[in-house]
Design a protein around this ligand. Sequence first.
Ligand SMILES: NC(=O)c1ccc[n+]([C@@H]2O[C@H](COP(=O)([O-])OP(=O)(O)OC[C@H]3O[C@@H](n4cnc5c(N)ncnc54)[C@H](O)[C@@H]3O)[C@@H](O)[C@H]2O)c1
Length: 333
Amino acid sequence: MSSGGAVLVTGAAGFIGSHLAAALVQRGQDVVGLDNFDGYYSKHAKLRNVESVREATSCDGSGTFTLVEGDIRRPGDMMQLFASVEPSSVIHLAARAGVRPSIAQPGLYAEVNVGGTVNLLEAARQTSTVERFVMASSSSVYGNRSTVPFSEDDPVSEPISPYAATKRACELIGHTYHHLYGMPVACLRFFTVFGPRQRPDLAIAHFIDLMDRGESIQMFGDGSTSRDYTYIDDIVAGVLAAHERIVAHGYRIWNLGGRHPVTLRDMIETIAHATGKAPKIVQMDMQPGDVERTCADTARSSKELGCVPKVTFAEGVARQVAQARAERASLTN
Ligand SMILES: NC(=O)c1ccc[n+]([C@@H]2O[C@H](COP(=O)([O-])OP(=O)(O)OC[C@H]3O[C@@H](n4cnc5c(N)ncnc54)[C@H](O)[C@@H]3O)[C@@H](O)[C@H]2O)c1
């Protein structure tokens, strides 16, 4: 854990950010969460995420959680925030996420993901209290590689979506700040993250919702594409380990993956099993920007971060179904 001040978590009202912030406060760490509640999905879902962080602050020995509404695209606001919070470290998860929408709005993705990251790195390097900077990257930087697994040393100069290109740009600018100012910077390539409170646009959350309502689901391609799904708790464990260890490395890229790729067809069957509902599948063409497969080489993150994924795909999906149903029930009561 960082010494002294609060950890600044950007995107704290989001899926991963809220789980991470909760884990930090449960460990006794004070957290300042930054989020602008962007319109990518419902504010209600994000407020529920924030509520779960607040619930975590009621444990014995927990740290505090302070939410600040703000936009990482505003450099002046970021400078002011850093000056008043004096964070000991930054875990930067705020982003415009989602591969397919980035094709329609490349400028927005560049502004938020690249511009926002530069603003935070700049504010961090001008604030003497900041000891380290951890940022979310993505498996999408690997593009359409035919050889698996994807290793951190593989070439990544051929992204196939604006989203992927922005994530790679963030890794590069992170290296620049490490080189120029000696800032320890960790870039974490998350492989499709799932579990309770998953972003509603992601396939598992979307399919659970549709199957529970007896509606048909769209399957893009023939179902043979595959993803290395990673359970949220395993991602949080990886982020915490990177946060603790990055100072010893200086600048480092780590894959955080689940190690067991699942085909789209098997993913649908797993949800069908967990929900007890037969899927009504409508087959569609593959979508531009989607990669054929992702599969993490986790040798580096297991050796250097001690990351060993603990939750199987079937178990994680079952937990996600249970949470989605509980959430829906609470809304109708
Ligand atoms: N979920 C995954 O499978 C996955 C995979 C790879 C990488 N990632 C990366 O992990 C991070 C978190 O993803 P997530 O799934 O939790 O997404 P999310 O959309 O749930 O969370 C992102 C949060 O950032 C906030 N945000 C967006 N623009 C902002 C701005 N301009 N200023 C301040 N806050 C802003 C949003 O309101 C949101 O709450 C992102 O950087 C994403 O690119 C996620």
